[in-house]
Ligand binder design. Sequence first.
Ligand code: 0RQ
Length: 504
Amino acid sequence: QSSRIRHSALQQKVTSAEEAVKAIGPGDTVAVSGFASAGTPKAVIPALADRIHAARAAGANFTIDLLTGASVSTETERMLTEIDGIALRMPYQAESTARQKINQGRMDYVDIHLSHVAQQVWEGYYGAVNVAVVEVSGITETGELIPSASVGNNKTWLDVAEKVILEVNSWVPDAMDGIHDIYYGTALPPHRRPIELTDVEDRIGQPHYRVDPAKVVAVVETNAPDSASALTAPDAVSEAIAAHVLDFFDHEVKCGRLPENTLLPLQAGIGNVANAVLGGLERGPYRGLTCYSEVIQDGMLHLIKHGTVRFASATALALSEAGIEELTSNIDFYRQHIRLRPQEISNHPEVVRRLGIIAMNGMLEADIYGNVNSTHVMGTKIMNGIGGSGDFARNGYLSMFLSPSTAKNGAISSIVPMTPHVDHTEHDTQVLVTEQGLADLRGLSPRRRARVIIERCAHPEFRPLLTDYIERATATAGAGQTPHLLGEAFSFHQRYLESGSMRV
Ligand code: 0RQ
């Protein structure tokens, strides 16, 4: 037995993953640790997939409802969906098999703001949580749990679940202990108190989770690395988007709306464009920046190492293999510059508003007024989910959405007359950026927003079509505050569905 389990009663509960999953039955709601690729249970989920597969092969109807922090490792998502093991999934996924099952109507998916998950589960919207499966890096003498590489909703899962299965992963460096800040001050209305977090590095909670040892039905030991997040080098389009964003920061500093050198705490989505923006920051005049975001990617470690970023707060690590190696071999340094918190705090509207976050998120498409679709391709097919984008965009000091101006080799325009699904309304979109340019929508009426978005952000190939649309819409009798031609508003999408291209 590893020295990671220092609580004697919990030592007695060490067992195999195959034994542990006997605690999970058909129809159970299972809440699992994991956020991005970090902190997903490594042994219990494969054992559960085997159990479900065997039961189904024998003719039994065995599915679970699966609650997580956000996406979990690709293998995990896939192994449970491939065997049709999940009846309902909440709150976020980013995996092709799951996406396909959801879009075929074979798996229910509830796509909600990540900051809402804990409170909605407390309120019972998803019924009882029967079993929590949570990866930790150790158990202290007093039975507290040392978190691993993501926090997500684990605190809530441990609190609400009827039964708890713990995975103790000795791969997580001992020295990661102390990087976490687990806040226990959340309460449901009318008992809520202010969250006293006024700087990204503030410590408002404790380093470890609590759990009632009596609820722990099994402890499984593992020694397995987190699966690495894929990382691709920024391409020319991402670099162009990043350059517009960085020019905009310069402009805002000159106008006195952003502090010189340090700006305001940054939040950047996952992916190519976010990485390009972070990379660009290093070439600018910035020192001592802060980040208040969901995940920490490789680029962030680099910025911390070179002093460009002073402190980064998140709920999870999302690192490549090289990033994992960099972090684990310099963990004593990074522990001084990184804080991992529950996602209800990393994404909390109150904190996001107070800190004055600069929110930068990806989108599928925006319409000419600034309504943004982040989740539904052609308005119907789920891509990933809203994730934390709404938590940050709605409450940020500056809310920016970034995207290439076209998708699918130019067949799709990311700027359309009307989005067939809206995740972020025009009221929550202050700045739109594509490789073509940046549209600063602050202070503009809808008619003026349309002109600026088409001019600055649309691809030149689609500009005439969009200009024609807005001109004819504006010319109609009684055009209104936000002119539209309702019979044509989705003509771009209709054309794509019929011909494979939005081009005429
Ligand atoms: O698909 O690779 O099959 O061609 O969508 O598009 O351009 O690579 O952009 O990876 O940044 O994803 C909105 C999905 C953008 C993401 C979304 C197709 C395109 C490609 C990906 P292919 P790109 P990204 C995190 C905040 C919601 C969650 C969120 C997302 C694929 O940013 O999930 O923001 N956001 N969380 O071809 C049809 C269009 C399309 C399109 C792109 N208009 N129509 N397909 N694609 N535009 C908060 C944190 O702090 C981490």
